[in-house]
Design a protein around this ligand. Sequence first.
Ligand code: GTP
Ligand code: MG
Length: 149
Amino acid sequence: ISRTFVAVKPDGVQRRLVGELVRRFERRGLTLVGMKLVQASEELLREHYGALRERPFYRQLLKYMSSGPVVAMVWQGLDVVKTVRTMIGETNPADSRPGTIRGDFCTDVTKNVIHGSDSVESARQEIALWFRPEELVCWEDAAEHWIYS
Ligand code: GTP
Ligand code: MG
């Protein structure tokens, strides 16, 4: 069982997609362990997207990500990093199949609705960056025995 960091980006919040996206992860059987609405600071976003700072779209990316609130979440489950990435689809929505989040809800490579950590290591770093330890809740999942063998 592992954890991943997920953020509904400002376009997802503005378009009232938060409920729909949470619903998809819940129905998959993943466990929500942290969630908050955040107006991300420039500093936080620089750290979050540090690996992309040399890319030509970096300024545009920071401007977009700070253009409104995001919903930051931590989801837990078996192979959850990979599962969530598969549910999200490809970076470019045009490459994302229908049924994936980006394949269903967007067309633009910047305004692509949602973020999910791309590896177990980046998940660990991103969770630590966006959440204080006491904001993550361990709770007894009553459905666990019906989801895992
Ligand atoms: P995230 O879940 O947000 O990290 O997306 P990703 O892992 O699918 O892509 P990546 O980490 O490579 O890029 C982060 C974000 O930068 C993307 O979600 C896009 O919003 C933006 N981005 C990535 N590649 C491009 C690009 O080629 N052009 C533009 N304009 N934006 C890009
Ligand atoms: Mg990424």
